[in-house]
Design a protein around this ligand. Structure first.
Ligand SMILES: *Cc1c(COP(=O)(O)O)cnc(C)c1O
Length: 316
């Protein structure tokens, strides 16, 4: 399905657009956690999240195959990433967002040159509309995680981590629909299978944990975690089998643990990250991921947080 060759090709494909993000470290964080931690800084990536990696790979393939128009259904980081790469390639894009979409996020999509269409409140309203728009306009709909080109693009993070820290023992990764962790698993397990990969979900949206336990895709509803990039209701058809086969561990963190980790990272390391990225540090600080003498990489997946909403994402 997706293999190491696909990820190496993706790296060539996206190299002219994306940043190779740094691996940061903090003595204060190491002292607090009692272990050696490295932060893969995807909050410093173009568009403020790793989503641009998969989006560039998928949109470039679509355009090469004749797409004249691009759609996506996301008011969040995926919508911004697709709008950004479509804008750079000069291809019109419509991003379908919910009626109650955050104004700052809509403004970001428009600033990248994307057109915004409002539709319904749930992804089952938005996705069919985005697909319909694509079908009517010789376009291609770009999904957020369940697509081989998306998974391969996200997997380029795995290649970078192995080059930046060849002696890494554990990589800790946030899990929403599972595109990010599927890509990292595919790259890292092909090159260095002894590196352990741990996924992290919010306790209130533990669909992947439940799916792994029951052995089949299981959905949860009513996930209102502050980690809004991880609110997907179930793992993907393509991503889930990759997790089932290769993932070492999946742990969950509470909302309080996410808030404390977010505060610690912002105050102590001065890195502005979003709650979905803080789950990895939350799991490490809670002793749920990574052992004492191990070199642990936490993927900081994004930094798009509305400053007016920041207060509600910190501990009381
Ligand atoms: C999308 C996203 C995730 C989750 O990625 P999946 O591929 O859906 O698992 C994590 N963090 C941030 C910041 C995101 O935007």
């Amino acid at each position: 399905m997706v293999n190491l060759e696909d990820i190496k090709k993706a790296r060539e494909e996206i190299g002219d657009i994306i940043h190779k993000t740094p691996l940061l470290s903090s003595e204060l964080l190491n002292a607090r956690a009692g272990r050696r931690i490295f932060l893969k800084a995807e909050h410093l990536q173009k568009t403020g999240s790793f989503k641009i990696r998969g989006a560039v790979n998928a949109v470039k393939h679509a355009v090469r195959n004749g797409a004249e128009f691009i759609t996506a259904a996301s008011s969040g980081n995926h919508g911004q990433a697709v709008a950004c790469i479509a804008g750079k390639l000069g291809i019109p894009a419509v991003i379908v967002v919910p009626q109650d979409a955050n104004r700052a996020k809509v403004a970001a999509i428009e600033a990248y040159g994307g057109k915004v269409e409002y539709c319904g409140f749930t992804s089952s309203d938005r996705i069919p509309r985005a697909m319909q728009l694509a079908a009517e306009n010789s376009g291609v709909y770009i999904p957020p995680y369940d697509h081989p080109h998306i998974i391969a693009g996200q997997g380029t993070i795995g290649l970078e981590i192995l080059e930046q820290l060849p002696e890494v023992d554990v990589i800790v990764v946030p899990v929403g629909g599972g595109g990010l962790i599927s890509g990292i698993l595919t790259a890292v397990k092909a090159i260095k299978p002894e590196v352990r990969i741990v996924g992290v979900e919010p306790e209130t949206g533990n669909d992947t944990q439940l799916s792994l336990k029951s052995g089949k895709i299981t959905s949860v509803s009513g996930n209102f975690s502050i980690a809004d990039g991880l609110r997907t209701s179930q793992p993907g058809e393509l991503t889930f089998p990759i997790l089932q086969k290769q993932l070492d561990d999946l742990v969950v963190v509470t909302e309080e643990e996410i808030k404390s980790a977010l505060q610690f990272i912002i105050e102590r390391t001065k890195q502005l990250i979003e709650p979905s990225a803080a789950v990895t540090v939350a799991a490490i600080l809670a002793g749920k991921a990574g052992g004492q003498d191990e070199r642990i990489v936490a993927v900081l997946s994004g930094g798009n947080i509305d400053l007016l909403e920041l207060r509600s994402c910190l501990p009381e």
